[in-house]
Design a protein around this ligand. Structure first.
Ligand SMILES: [Zn+2]
Length: 411
């Protein structure tokens, strides 16, 4: 590999996690595409020896990845909506936001979060490149600019007087191919005493809990606190607080401000988290070396379980069609030879087939009709919500299977 780090430009030499060739994870197939050739790209993450940013190379233009077929609608997860609502309450109180404030969300999706600021009478603007989800946001009365975010978009908004008191992005920082342009845009759009919050999966949790399936082509960067602090600092932004969250298998919420804004002191939780990462070894490239083998062992264990179950004549179906599920299924080579179908509550995904593996995605009602023996939960971060939702499968003795961090059967 001859690429360079997307943050510090050092050459990328150390492999972190090699998942072979995989199609774009959100490229669900329609019936007319099933007999066509599919594009597969290397899914191989590297770690930068200089700044320790774990990253994937960009193989496709962002326009192609996040086009109108990009079918992820945030509002189809109840627990994610609850998370968004409590975030809104907490921020409005902590930073005294009111009808004179301006809240901007980058990658605002279908307005799942900004709708709660609108309810409180706080002016908002969403920035969202995917046309179909942006349209759904406008139906919720969330004004939405259909654009990719970066320095150009930020400067255009500033010139229209649309700077931000609160500038937020949940699960977008990891999806940004041009990281420096993006963070420079945040710096430009932030008011003098404004606050940035960003949430992203925490690299420490990814490694501890073996969440290699969160590697997919749309997910370019994997951050530790130590690395994200370097990125923001380079652009004149200081992180003054951090929280560890349970979302997406363990995320960080960072709070940033202009480095020159001394109205917000740095919280103790910053040093506590940095010490935790330093103790784990996240500042040393050697620490990253063992991850590849850990991932291969997980594949062997999952296949062992599936082969055994099929030998016993059991039926297995999937639940959910998330990006991480496609990484897992493609990497492990799990197709309809193991999984009859998967289901998803999102009607935009029903009637499609998973990319690469060609597993059909259908309506959740199909589970009650076909009464499978095992249900493999692909969005394992939502396992509690899903097990509760599917309580009725116990009527015929079905069991749940969690693939990550290791195979676990829940009766
Ligand atoms: Zn680097």
């Amino acid at each position: 590999m001859s690429s360079n780090c997307r943050f510090c430009h050092a050459p990328l030499e150390q492999s972190f996690c090699d998942l072979g060739m995989s199609p774009l994870s959100n490229a669900n197939l329609r019936p007319e595409q099933l007999n066509k050739m599919e594009r597969f790209y290397p899914l191989h993450a590297y770690v930068c020896n200089k700044c320790c940013l774990v990253q994937l190379d960009l193989f496709e233009s962002p326009d192609h990845i996040f086009d109108d077929q990009y079918a992820y609608f945030s509002s189809y997860s109840d627990s994610w909506l609850t998370h968004a609502k409590s975030y809104t309450e907490a921020m409005a109180a902590r930073f005294s936001l009111d009808s004179n404030s301006h809240v901007v969300e980058i990658a605002s999706n279908d307005g799942y979060l900004l709708q709660y600021f609108v309810e409180k009478g706080i002016p908002v603007l969403g920035v969202e490149p995917a046309g179909n989800v942006a349209a759904a946001a406008r139906e919720k009365h969330v004004p939405t600019l259909e654009k990719f975010f970066g320095i150009d978009t930020a400067e255009a908004l500033v010139s229209e007087g649309k700077s931000a008191d609160l500038l937020l992005g949940n699960n977008v920082l990891a999806h940004v191919p041009y990281l420096n342009d993006f963070v420079a845009g945040m710096k430009a759009l932030l008011k003098r005493q404004g606050v940035i919050t960003m949430e992203f999966p925490h690299l420490l949790q990814l490694m501890k809990n073996n969440q290699f399936d969160t590697n997919y082509h749309e997910h370019f960067s994997y951050f530790s606190y130590l690395t994200v602090e370097k990125v923001f600092s380079k652009h004149g932004l200081t992180l003054f607080d951090v929280e560890e969250l349970s979302t997406h298998g363990g995320s960080l919420r960072i709070y940033g401000r202009h480095t020159k804004d001394d109205s917000k002191p740095i919280s103790n939780s910053v040093q506590v988290l940095k010490d935790k990462e330093l103790d784990a070894g996240l500042d040393r490239p050697e620490f990253f070396a063992a991850f590849n083998e850990q991932v291969r062992e997980t594949k062997r264990q999952l296949l062992e379980f599936l082969i055994q179950a099929k030998r016993e004549g059991k039926t297995i179906v999937g639940y959910g069609a998330p990006a991480k599920g496609n990484t897992l299924l493609n990497y492990c080579g799990i197709r309809t030879d193991f999984i009859d179908y998967t289901v998803d509550r999102n009607p935009h995904k029903q009637g499609t087939w998973l990319p690469g593996t060609h597993i059909p995605v259908i309506h959740p009602d199909e589970i009650a009709r076909t009464k499978p023996d095992y249900i493999l939960i692909l969005p394992w971060n939502l396992k509690n919500e899903i097990i509760e939702l599917l309580a009725y499968v116990r009527e015929w003795g079905a069991k749940f299977v969690l693939p990550i961090p290791q195979v676990e059967i829940i009766a």
